[in-house]
Design a protein around this ligand. Structure first.
Ligand code: SUD
Ligand code: ADP
Length: 297
């Protein structure tokens, strides 16, 4: 069946509403404690890339949510009921208590299960998309509760701006750091998917202390990703990614994001970013590489 955006002759029929599910990066991620509910208490500085997955939506009045997936990583993801796009849409329908429908097209540009919150960003973008498509206004607190129910990272992804994040992901505070806005950023994934739950389970339960997010220098010198060690134990290739990024010219900071395996590097200039991207692609043609910038807070 043709998608609603094109007729049989390819002619445009309806203009979709579009949202970008911006890739999330943890500039630093301190794990402070294991909580009684099984989640971990975190302190993390979240930034978002200017790029990510793309969602397009068309309203329908039959109450059904129809999801199609394409894009470079589309084939690695199931459009079944567990998909976070469908879970988010169902959650919003239940909250509204009415069955408005939509056809959603997800263009999956981000690798799955890779520490840059692709699924969480998709869920958040779905909430934003459907609120626009159905023209509903949701109270901020209620929107955040809906989001948290879908995953720890989803509230921060709803905002998609630089934030200090605490709790298991529900405590959010906008947090500007000089030098981060629009900073050139490279994302590299060596092609291994890692399970977030498994990486948290490998944390050694040693609290190495709070996060100082007062400056880029503090984030670089005393910031950590406490999930790097358990992730390296499961996927040692992450060490190769980190070494390659750290060796690039004019790199400001290189680290793993989230539970991995994607690593990021921040650069002093667009030129340094382009040179590093080229070097990584040349050395490792099978790795996924994305050149982007940090979204302005
Ligand atoms: C590690 C982080 C850092 O931003 O990112 P990703 O690696 O997923 O991108 C997040 O905390 C991931 O958030 P999210 O991916 O939404 O996780 P959830 O679906 O809520 O939880 C998946 C599993 O991870 C563990 N988990 C998650 C969050 C948290 N604060 N403590 C945990 O222990 C739990 O075992 C949970 O069952
Ligand atoms: N739309 C989606 N995009 C990515 N992953 C999804 C999606 N829906 C469900 N998932 C599942 O969510 C899990 C976490 O995916 P993702 O958010 O990409 O990784 P991470 O939490 O490490 O950043 C994956 O195991 C995947 O199967």
């Amino acid at each position: 069946m043709p998608h609603p955006d094109t007729g049989l002759d390819g002619e445009a029929l309806m203009t979709p509403v579009t949202e970008i599910a911006y890739a999330k990066v943890n500039v630093a991620l301190h794990v402070r404690a294991r909580r009684d509910d099984g989640y971990h208490a975190l302190e993390s500085l979240f930034v978002f890339a200017e790029d990510g997955d793309r969602l397009q939506g068309w309203a329908s009045d039959d109450g059904a949510i129809d999801l199609t997936i394409d894009g470079p990583f589309g084939a690695t993801l199931d459009a079944g009921t567990d998909n976070l796009v469908l879970r988010a849409a169902r959650a919003l329908q239940a909250y509204l208590g009415e069955q408005r429908g939509a056809a959603i097209r997800l263009t999956k540009n981000l690798p799955v299960a890779s520490g840059i919150g692709g699924g969480s960003a998709d869920a958040a973008a779905t909430l934003r998309l459907l609120a626009r498509l159905w023209d509903v206004r949701i109270d901020d607190g209620e929107l955040m509760a809906l989001a948290l129910d879908l995953g720890s990272d989803v509230p921060a992804c709803v905002v998609s701006a630089t934030q200090m994040v605490g709790g298991r992901g529900e405590r959010l505070a906008r947090h500007a750091v000089e030098g981060l806005d629009a900073c050139p950023m490279l994302l590299v994934n060596p092609g291994v998917g890692v399970s977030t739950a498994r990486i948290f389970a490998g944390w050694d339960r040693v609290d190495l202390g709070p996060l100082d997010g007062s400056s880029l220098a503090a984030l670089r010198d005393s910031g950590r990703n406490d999930l790097e060690a358990p992730a390296l134990a499961i996927a040692p290739v992450i060490g190769d990614v980190l070494a390659m990024l750290a060796a690039q010219e004019d790199v400001l900071l290189a680290r793993m994001s989230g539970s991995g395996a994607t690593c990021f590097a921040l650069f002093r200039s667009d030129r340094a970013l382009a040179a590093a991207a080229q070097a990584v692609r040349q050395a490792q043609p099978d790795w996924w590489v994305m050149e982007t910038r940090i979204r302005r807070a």
